[in-house]
Design a protein around this ligand. Structure first.
Ligand code: NAI
Ligand code: MG
Length: 356
């Protein structure tokens, strides 16, 4: 019997709805496997916790999470708490504190989902975006002076380090190498930003020499939005900075049909700390409590979690159950269906039990 301990942090808005659906699905995976135990411990951190305690998580939050094999995260964001407090109070301290420097975002068009691009066939869009997740534009470096006065200044300084860029580049080349096409696109803005971004390009070329079997090319981020939209089949693995990949992966999610299907993994490739798995979307307060949140992103990220733990068979079984359900047309309203979160969840559970 292989046993894993998972820390679930559903947090805000639809987070608890999709994470509880995901936990039901993980329970089914556990029962179906027979030789696997998945113990989930819930943490009530988030905006409600903040309103009671003045912090998004306790001071020793990271210490409490450290012993777990992985973290299963919902979303943060509440209408009555500023976004920089919810984000910097919970999600970013976990990513940065646990040095989860690789943010991996697969996108593909699942069977049964009609993508917004007229000529895009399912196999045409099958990407993995690798986002630098520890520094860059979201390093938190900057400040405000002369607040409220006419001469007020605010700075937000992007930090790129040789260590940080080299390790994400190497990780991205490894992912590209593991995929059939062995093709990586390196995204920067090295025409307008002539320091850190030029260093990215230089380090990309250095790391590329370690991977002679991987073909690679370069794109400027603005032109990249055009290529993703008009020539999706020309891309495979993509690496970009924290900010650029944040934006490009929302576009990727939309091109695949909905943010509600897009998963992400915040990985510490060295496995010193637990990695964190979450849907890309936020707390979606416009649909909170309506029972229609799409749980597919949280199922897909649960499959990535299992894969990260070495449970390849369980990971593949979960993903193929999801694909059978989307193919059968059991879809929530964001992808053109009428099913509820609960209906999609029970269909996926049935597909898990009836799988080989
Ligand atoms: P959002 O991702 O929450 O929602 C954008 C749109 O997509 C909304 O119309 C929403 O209804 C829809 N949507 C998102 N997930 C869906 C799902 N699973 N099923 C069906 N429809 C879905 O982004 P928004 O509205 O910009 O932000 C809301 C809050 O979430 C803000 O406070 C923001 O800061 C926070 N946020 C948190 C993130 C995180 O925790 N990782 C990521 C993005 C936003
Ligand atoms: Mg984002």
């Amino acid at each position: 019997m292989r046993a894993y301990s998972i820390a679930a942090i559903p947090a805000d808005g639809i987070g608890p709805e999709v994470i509880s659906a995901g936990c039901e699905v993980l329970k089914a995976i556990e029962k179906r496997a027979g030789d696997l135990t998945i113990n989930v411990t819930h943490f009530d951190w988030g905006s409600d916790y903040y309103k009671k305690n003045g912090v998004m998580m306790p001071e020793d939050g990271l210490k409490q999470l450290q012993p777990f094999d992985a973290i299963y995260f919902g979303a943060v964001g509440a209408p009555d708490v500023p976004d920089h407090i919810t984000l910097w109070g919970l999600r970013l301290p976990i990513c940065q504190g646990f040095d989860q420097y690789a943010n991996v975002r697969p996108t593909k068009i699942l069977p049964g989902i009609t993508p917004p691009l007229r000529n895009c066939k399912p196999g045409d869009l099958d990407w993995v975006i690798v986002r630098e997740n520890s520094e860059g534009e979201y390093s938190g470096n900057g400040g405000r002076a002369h607040r409220g006065l006419p001469e007020e200044v605010g700075t937000e300084v992007a930090i790129f380090t040789r260590v940080g860029v080299t390790r994400i580049m190497r990780y991205a080349f490894q992912i590209a190498q593991s995929r059939p096409r062995k093709f990586l696109t390196v995204v920067t803005k090295s025409n307008a930003q002539r320091h850190g971004m030029v260093m990215w390009d230089e380090i990309a070329a250095e790391v590329a020499a370690e991977f002679p079997d991987v073909e690679w090319d370069k794109m400027l981020v603005d032109a990249m939005t055009v290529r993703m939209t008009l020539k999706p089949e020309s891309l495979d693995t993509i690496v970009a900075t924290n900010l650029h990949a944040d934006i490009l992966s929302d576009l990727a999610g939309a091109l695949a049909g909905s943010l509600g299907v897009a998963p992400t993994a915040n990985i510490d490739p060295q496995r010193r700390f637990p990695s964190m798995f979450e849907p890309i979307h936020g707390s979606a307060f416009d649909i909170t409590g309506k029972g229609i949140a799409n749980p597919i992103a949280s199922f897909w990220t649960a499959s990535m979690l299992l894969d990260h733990l070495g449970e390849k068979e369980a990971a593949a079984r979960l993903m193929s159950a999801v694909e059978r359900v989307t193919k059968a047309g059991v879809l929530t309203p964001d992808i053109g269906g009428t099913a509820t979160t609960a209906e999609v969840t029970s269909s996926v559970i049935d597909a898990i039990y009836s799988s080989n």
